[in-house]
Design a protein around this ligand. Structure first.
Ligand SMILES: O=C(O)c1ccccc1NCC(=O)[C@H](O)[C@H](O)COP(=O)(O)O
Length: 213
């Protein structure tokens, strides 16, 4: 099974917080591997199930549709799941909660001071990957802030998706420093919250490809 620290073919890219059909099309055209849809009503990037269904239907095969949840009601997860390939739990969900959903999932971990990453990797052993994000109290995600990448151990029992404050300008440095399985970006490819910028998406992908070669 893939672990953080193993050698990788290329860095996968997830664009998060899409709300508009034209942004979905531009993200796919730019070459994104995964698209994230926020199903937490407190977000400025939130979509409801109807909008999720419309956006998800535009996504072609081999591009992963990821739904983001923050301590969700299981009924919300169940109704969204038919439009998704992967679930991303971004709140305080326990391993038991994530596993009980019965669908492929990843766990977002916000890098608060006392977080023990090797222990978290053991606790969330059934996750397909761990998404590591910046910690700001009271804000579950999409902070636009980086964290200290040197806190990520060189090897970890799960693939790492690096998130938090990534942009076309710092993506290459982040990849060189962390060598993650994937990178995840939201604010760094936006004109405004939930409104993606096609040029920034293309620039981000180019920066990742450059870092990989
Ligand atoms: O984007 C949001 O509004 C959001 C709200 C609640 C939970 C998660 C959220 N986004 C999660 C993401 O996956 C973002 O891509 C990740 O936090 C990085 O965001 P950014 O620092 O803006 O690149």
């Amino acid at each position: 099974m893939l672990e953080h620290g193993m050698s990788l073919g290329r860095t996968r890219v997830k664009f998060c917080g899409l709300t508009r059909p034209e942004d979905v099309d531009a993200a796919v055209a730019a070459g994104a591997d995964a698209l994230g849809f926020v199903l937490w009503s407190g977000s400025r990037r939130a979509v409801d199930i109807e909008r999720l269904a419309m956006l998800s239907a535009r996504v072609p095969a081999f591009v992963t549709r990821v739904g983001l949840f923050v301590d969700p009601d299981p009924e919300l997860v169940a109704s969204a799941a038919e439009h998704l390939d992967l679930l991303q739990f971004h709140g305080e969900e326990t391993p038991a909660f994530c596993e009980a959903v019965g669908r492929p999932w990843i766990k977002a971990l916000r890098m608060r001071d006392k977080l023990d990453l090797p222990q978290a990797a053991r606790d969330y052993h059934a996750a397909r990957a761990l998404l590591l994000d910046a910690y700001r109290p009271g804000v579950p995600g999409g902070t636009g802030e980086t964290f200290d990448w040197t806190r990520i151990p060189a090897s970890l029992a799960k693939p790492v998706i690096l998130a938090g404050g990534l942009t076309p300008a710092n993506a290459a440095e982040a990849i060189a420093s962390v060598r993650p399985f994937a990178v995840d970006v939201s604010g760094g490819i936006e004109a405004a919250p939930g409104v993606k910028d096609a040029e920034l998406m293309a620039d981000f992908l180019k920066a990742v490809r450059r870092a990989d070669t």
